[in-house]
Design a protein around this ligand. Sequence first.
Ligand code: ADP
Ligand code: MG
Length: 483
Amino acid sequence: MTKYLAKIGLEMHCEMSETNTKVFSAARNEYSESPNTNVRPLDMGFPGTLPVVNKEAVRLALMASMILNCSQPEYMYFERKNYYYPDMPKNFQITQETKPIPVGIYGKVEFECGDEIKTVRVNNIHLEEDAASLDHFFSTSNIDYNRAGVPLLELVTEPDIHSAKEAVAFLEHMRSVYQYAGISEADSKKGQIRCDVNISLMDAEKDESNPENWGTRTEIKNVNSFGGVRDAINYEIERQTEVLESGGEVEQETRRWDEESGTTKRMRSKADAIDYKYFVEPNIPKFKISKEWLEEIRKSIPELAMDRKNKYINEYGLSSYDAGVLVKEKAISDYYEECVKTGIDAKMAANWVSVNIIGELNKENISIDEFYITPVMLKQIIDGINGGLLSSKQAKEVFFKAIEEEKEPKNFISKDNAQISDKDELTRIISEILNNNPTQIEQYKGGRDNLFDYFVGQVMKNTRGKANPVITKEILHEELDKR
Ligand code: ADP
Ligand code: MG
């Protein structure tokens, strides 16, 4: 049996949600609103309308190109990709292929996959427009042009990915890049990320750097969740292995991922490939990308997840694991930084955010923006702990009570239920209890060690649970030794 190595190349499409308007028209870039409300004549393909390039979309696309270590073009062009489909009223999509040079070419991305650092080469990244969205019902279809013309970034990798796990780690990394750089929310639940997955198998003994050794690939179109990418890859590796093992040949074809059956299905063979008759878009003259502008963009690249992670490790003393948990989602990392800004100790804040807060978000399936406790409110609880008003158990109780009743934590923190940590006071209480229990002391001295817990219990009862347990045990030992 031959051992196979999977070669996987991704075409990752990400809608850029962070521009105000669409990529070639002045309609608002917001398609979650009522259908067909954010639409201009150009988005409907009306004759005589002309595209105007959105400078902010180009700026963010160039920024992505830089983060991916690509080379940027000197001149920008667009092309027409011609085809007919109801979601594309112009009968062509304005896009960029590799010639002329798109927003970026020949870069590379490093990303964490488990404990390893992997590298994937980028063939190119280009800017294009999204199509309208279609909803199919039993006998009718609805079309929403709000999405037509939304700026879309397409990132094409070399086939340097070898497993479903690596593919998902890569996509998670890119989602984080887009979020941190302020390019897109990159939310696959909103359909903002869609992938085409190219996959082939080669003899694992052969040299993978030589394309002649690669196998024939299939392309799985339009997979719209990370789970779908994972399952489609695993399915396709298994399917191709079976074809090869039984002496057959993998056919170069386009397939689609069928979520329901968990299988990929044939759409068309390479022979039926569509000829899009690309040509340079005549209504957008080529324009120069100045060195100064590129420099300006480069300087404005925000802090990315990796930078923050390093900061958390080196400046805040967090473990690599904890820092990783906090930076995974930008909104959570922002929240954490707010907590540190309010003066909460960085390690303590990390602990609260990564355990209690993320736990609560997962449990309720809400995002951090919808979470009741703000950093300022968390500070109230932490101050309660530091001021000796709350034990760590009480702090958690206050936390959950505040969430439940939607009242600020400070309402549940008072001097009355403050923990007793005062040594003199505890010594006084303990002496009194010991005086009242001479028989138990005798038995304890005689070897019944478990009576120690009995004494602790008496102190807790006497103080209604407010005695600081650590200090109580310390003093109890001292006092018992004296007797
Ligand atoms: P096309 O021109 O047919 O779209 P490209 O050469 O542009 O093909 O490649 C599209 C995608 O397919 C890229 O992500 C690339 O890495 C990937 N790819 C190319 N050859 C293979 C292969 N043998 N196995 C897996 N992926 C491949
Ligand atoms: Mg494309």
